[in-house]
Design a protein around this ligand. Structure first.
Ligand SMILES: Nc1nc2c(c(=O)[nH]1)N=C([C@H](O)[C@H](O)COP(=O)(O)OP(=O)(O)OP(=O)(O)O)CN2
Length: 291
């Protein structure tokens, strides 16, 4: 017997890609369980499927920086029991991160893609399921709607949960209307501008000398951001060309307002509406009207 749950949860994380650097991603998770019926006539109660699998994904993968430990490009050093540093000479420049250990998912994989991550999750999650469940298939998918989107990585220092982690991210669609008319060309322009971007707040920008990376290779071509939050101290250095400094926090409300403000400057006589997503099926709307 096979049991399925589509769209069980969404993983919003960032992974290290040796060629493209830090990639914010949102994976919609579908699962299929293969097994025998238990005394209740079920393979596994849906509510337990949801709780068990979501809890494990939240603990081990969601809102983390996912690092393929078997890639020669990923250098991970444990500074103390709690603090870990990542260095990577990526195709887009040098990347350095220092965070609490809990902000990383250090996986025994050579690279991260939908397939390798799904196979890893199958192995990890099957161990949590009852004995009558003999197999598990995980399918990781993305939104299919044909709309421009960007991959962004960020951290919310003021968030009291896991969004404070300095390198987690999302794959996010963007909708723009000018005087009520949809503008696919502006949506595409923002998707291009924020393609594989790190969004750092102006308030968190620091000199490299105020980070543990001061003398690291390629640091002169990087921008550094740092802050302390309830989970610990966070530092990141990202290639300048892959970074945009925003004059606000990077909550989706502030980002949609930021995009709207920039468009209002570009089109001062026009009414603007921005619908910015944070991952899948959620986000914020900002509207500026002119009389
Ligand atoms: N109003 C807002 N709320 C939150 C924002 C935000 O910008 N505006 N941002 C975040 C985080 O950045 C986070 O990455 C969002 O992830 P989300 O999946 O929604 O968070 P949860 O893990 O709590 O939700 P689940 O989907 O149940 O995993 C948080 N909030």
């Amino acid at each position: 017997m096979r049991l399925f749950v589509d769209g069980l949860t969404v993983i919003d994380s960032t992974y290290l890609c040796p060629s493209r650097g830090l990639l914010g991603e949102s994976w919609i998770v579908d699962v299929e369980l293969q097994g025998e019926l238990n005394d209740e006539g079920m393979v596994f109660d849906f509510s337990h499927v949801k709780k068990t699998i979501k809890a494990s994904l939240d603990l081990h993968i969601d809102h983390k920086l996912i690092v393929p430990m078997l890639s020669p490009a990923a250098n991970v050093e444990q500074q103390s029991e709690e603090v870990v540093t990542l260095s990577c000479e990526s195709g887009t420049g040098a990347i350095y991160v220092q965070s609490p250990l809990s902000a990383y998912a250090l996986l025994p994989l050579a690279s991260i893609d939908d397939d390798s991550l799904a196979r890893y999750l199958e192995e990890m999650l099957l161990k949590l399921l009852p004995e009558n469940v003999k197999g598990l298939t995980v399918n990781l998918r993305h939104e299919t709607e044909e709309k421009p989107f960007y991959h962004y990585t960020h951290g919310l220092k003021l968030h009291d949960g896991n969004c404070q982690r300095i390198a987690h991210g999302h794959r996010s669609r963007i909708g723009i209307w000018v005087d009520g008319v949809p503008k696919p060309e502006l949506e595409a322009a923002w998707a291009k501008r924020w393609h594989d971007i790190y969004l750092g707040s102006e308030d968190d920008l620091v000199s490299s000398s105020d980070t543990p990376f001061a003398s690291n290779k390629g640091i002169e071509d990087s921008l550094c951001f740092a802050y302390s939050a309830s989970q610990g101290d966070f530092f990141i250095a990202v290639p300048k060309a892959q970074t945009e400094i925003v004059d606000c926090e990077s909550t989706v409300e502030c980002l949609s307002d930021y995009i709207c403000r920039q468009l209002s400057e570009e089109f001062p006589e026009k009414s603007i509406k921005v619908r910015a997503y944070e991952g899948v099926e959620k986000g914020a709307i900002t509207e500026r009207t002119v009389d």
